[in-house]
Design a binder for this molecule. Sequence first.
Ligand SMILES: *[C@@H]1O[C@H](CO)[C@@H](O)[C@H](O)[C@H]1NC(C)=O
Length: 376
Amino acid sequence: MIHSSFYIWLLIISELFILTRTLDQKGEIRNVKLAPCQLCRTLVESFKMGMEKTEKGNFEGGDSAWEEEKRLVYAKSEVRFVEIQERLCSDVERGQTHCQSTAELWEHHLENWWNHHQDKDLYDWLCIEIVEDCCPINHYGSSCLPCLGYPDSVCSGNGRCKGNGTRKGNGECKCDNGYDGALCDKCATGFYVSYQDETKLLCSKCHISCDGACTLAGPKVFYIISGCLKCKNGWLMSSEGGCLDIDECISESGNYPCSNQQFCVNKDGSYTCLACDPTCDGCYGDGPDMCNKCAPGYILKDNLCVDGPSWDSQGAGQTTRYITYLGLCVATFIIFQKNPMIASIIGIMVGIYITVSEYMLDTGTVHKLLSFLSAL
Ligand SMILES: *[C@@H]1O[C@H](CO)[C@@H](O)[C@H](O)[C@H]1NC(C)=O
């Protein structure tokens, strides 16, 4: 009883803990402060959402001329504006609090747009012209200067302009991975020009065998990859100009890189050592059919190293065993002459003993047991 109620309490407390944490996180997201231009954009998006929601007004069907006129009046009415204003920012998650306080602050701007400037886009009018927190696309900074490469190829199409669309930033290019230069019009180290015309530059990654720069990707002729100016460790510059993978598993110095109980697998630019099958004493691959020699206790059978009942092959061991059995039988017989009752019990035990020990020898269990003990 005590236990189950304890667990129920534990469950309730952890549930509450998780609940308050998610609420906390939601609160945190709501209370995030937004950057100026992002704040204005968020507010405008919410306002536009409100316009969409009130587009049809509260009019139900009906297409009489009178209904139509009522709808037109509503579309530009103060009533609709108030409806939008009331729900402004309620659909915003990130920065909702910031959005709401700013909505109050800018109410007169919004009203001004509603009454006099609906011919202009709200974002352009409010965020760029009036509050001056944003710039047009591909412009940056306090006076909305054009980004590098404007208008046709800002950052050559291979990077982002710092401050793009806001009153912040310095207009410099932050190049995408693989590109370099003030205008992102060069390939970064480790990349080569894979396509170029007057307007477009494409850079692609050099082959993995290259240490640093390369001139081109291929052509991949058989196993030769040309284009690297230098080869990485594990690769050798060939006379044809490509980097060739070094097969560490057959290194010329004769130094086999793996231990006796491992075999070597060559990889591009490197190698790995993997453990031999436990039936092997040294091997050249994975599995009991790739042993150099069989491990102690195993014999070669059909090219496989298998459990060897090695005692059976040792004649001496076999003879001793049979003599022991014979002795036991003789002893049982002698006892039988004096007390048949006890002798038959002993006889059964001897029978079990012989059966069990023969069975264990046959499956090699004894040998395994012995080798296990000697390993200790
Ligand atoms: C600038 O911003 C616009 C709109 O967010 C985007 O479409 C454009 O790709 C950006 N350009 C650069 C160069 O960052």
